[in-house]
Design a protein. Structure first.
Length: 121
């Protein structure tokens, strides 16, 4: 991501640039990346979120891929895309969908979440 901030409890600094990736280690639960703007304006538009994910540990619990939230108590204000209990999971707060493929550790996955504004799907 351009101009993304990286926060970690470790001393190693990643290089993020064109054709490069960012690795967040599972050994630290306090690593994250923050986009410089307060939120991505996804209002009234179609969009796609994609990532390559790889875990060396079994997927149990929640592992965030992307999220943003304007109002935690309002319907359709929080967007999240994550792995929950080994399955892809996405939602807009109270409008959720879960994948049917159980993800296993030590395997790369290219995951994609597509939202079509015209069909609301």
């Amino acid at each position: 991501m351009n101009s993304a901030s990286y926060f970690s409890t470790t001393n190693s600094q990643p290089f993020v640039g064109y054709g490069r990736g960012l690795s967040l280690l599972s050994s630290s639960s306090s690593q994250y990346m923050r986009v410089s703007s307060l939120f991505l304006d996804l209002t009234y538009r179609s969009f796609t979120i994609e990532a390559w994910i790889f875990s060396t540990t079994v997927y149990s619990g929640d592992y965030g891929i992307f999220s943003q939230c304007q109002c935690t108590t309002c319907s359709n204000q929080c967007l999240y895309f994550l792995v929950r209990g080994g399955y892809l999971f996405a939602g807009f707060t109270h409008n959720d969908i879960s994948g049917s493929q159980n993800l296993i550790n030590n395997l790369w996955y290219h995951v994609t979440f597509v939202y079509n504004y015209n069909t609301k799907q």
